[in-house]
Design a protein around this ligand. Structure first.
Ligand code: AMP
Length: 364
């Protein structure tokens, strides 16, 4: 069985690593010559909308999936007409435009921050009269890891923020004074089997995820599952879906969804009975899903922009290192490490050491 993946970055790499024990083969489509999943399967080298490469992918892959949501809609439609594609082009369409996404959340009863579409500077000024300060201006599409975003603290910030957007359609959101950020990962197989992982608590800096912790038995689990279930059901979704949420005054507000495996679920490789990567593959192949129970305590730290020596990471008790085989570059995720332990005290001690190493090499 051959799985096609649009993109050959670290998420594709971890999907392939989870697929080997299941006897799966992989073919990736990615324009980068040194894409880090490239060595784990065949790679079609070229743009995501390259007609000949897409035809070849559709012909060779039994099922196609992707590692990022900014796949052009017509590419997903083209592939879906020729082979199986999971998650569906509809899920992509919702996730790749922040305005469509927020409208969809509200239609199915999932609360969001206040927001308004913005297509001109005058439109931004008008929207700010109802949204109020502070707020965040975001491009509607192509935004990830805080890219294309500006914090608006007062009217004095409007002109510079608008200029930075360079005329692309945008959305302005009220700033949520959250007490914490969490995410829920759900997995649904083609036959309708649906499972959820324990919530992750996530720390971001500069819009980029730094640390995720597995929260077993969190009081917000049921509410998060309810929201994720609505999304998965309404989208007739197959595969792993992640929903990022803010907690404010004991309630959850949706930030965004990711129609794919997610950085906040990397701890599941060592910290859950079945990893998100394996369960994504099981789901898109309509195999029985694996248990999502946590295995002790787990937390993950991203290495961004630079890498400590592997020896320094691996000398931390209960640390597991995942190098992505990527050249360090400013703001680039190049590795992560997970602490998995039965003891909460050991977890805190090891996690503190890991965060300190990550901070030393972090260039952002
Ligand atoms: P995003 O790319 O939309 O997920 O934003 C990246 C990060 O920016 C989030 O994880 C939050 O830490 C922060 N952020 C985004 N939107 C808001 C908001 N409306 N209010 C407060 N913080 C936000």
């Amino acid at each position: 069985m051959k799985i096609g993946v649009l993109g050959a970055g670290q998420l594709a790499r971890m999907i392939a690593l989870a697929g080997y024990p299941l006897g799966l083969d992989f073919i990736f489509l990615d324009p980068s010559e040194d894409a880090c999943a490239g060595k784990l399967g065949d790679q079609l080298l070229g743009d995501y909308d390259h007609p000949r490469l897409l035809a070849s992918l559709a012909e060779q892959a039994d099922v196609v999936t992707y590692e990022f949501e900014n796949v052009p809609a017509d590419v997903a439609e083209y592939l879906a007409a020729r082979t199986q594609v999971h998650p569906s082009p509809k899920a992509l369409a919702v996730a790749q435009d922040r305005l469509i996404e927020k409208n969809f959340f509200n239609e199915i009863g999932i609360p969001t921050p206040t927001y308004a579409p913005v297509d001109s500077f005058q439109g931004l000024q008008t929207a700010m009269q109802s949204i109020g300060y502070p707020a965040i201006l975001k491009s509607r599409t192509q935004g990830y890891d805080g890219k294309g975003q500006s914090l608006l603290k007062s009217v004095a910030d409007l002109a510079a923020a608008w200029k930075l957007l360079d005329g692309v359609p945008a959305i302005v959101e009220g700033f949520v004074p959250f007490s914490r950020e969490v995410s829920i990962i759900g997995v649904r197989s083609e036959s309708g089997e649906l499972v959820f992982y324990p919530l992750s608590e996530n720390q971001h800096r500069g819009g980029i995820l730094r640390v995720s912790r597995c929260l077993s038995s969190d009081p917000m689990q049921a509410q998060a599952e309810d929201y994720a279930r609505r999304l998965i059901t309404e989208l007739d979704y197959v595969g792993v879906l992640a929903l990022e949420l803010f907690e404010v005054d004991g309630k959850l507000i949706a930030n965004e969804l990711a129609p794919r495996v997610h950085n906040s679920g990397h701890w599941t490789i060592e910290g859950a009975e079945t990893s998100q990567f394996e369960n994504h593959l099981r789901a898109i192949l309509n195999l029985p899903l694996g248990a999502t129970d946590p295995v002790g305590c787990a937390a993950m730290v991203n290495f961004i922009g630079g890498l400590p020596k592997s020896e320094d990471i691996l000398s931390i008790a209960n640390a597991h290192l995942h190098l992505y085989a990527k050249e360090p570059r400013k703001g680039r995720k190049v590795a992560h490490a997970t602490i998995r332990t039965d003891s909460p005290e050991q977890m805190e001690s090891s996690l503190a050491q890991l965060i300190s190493l990550a901070d030393q090499v972090d260039d952002s």
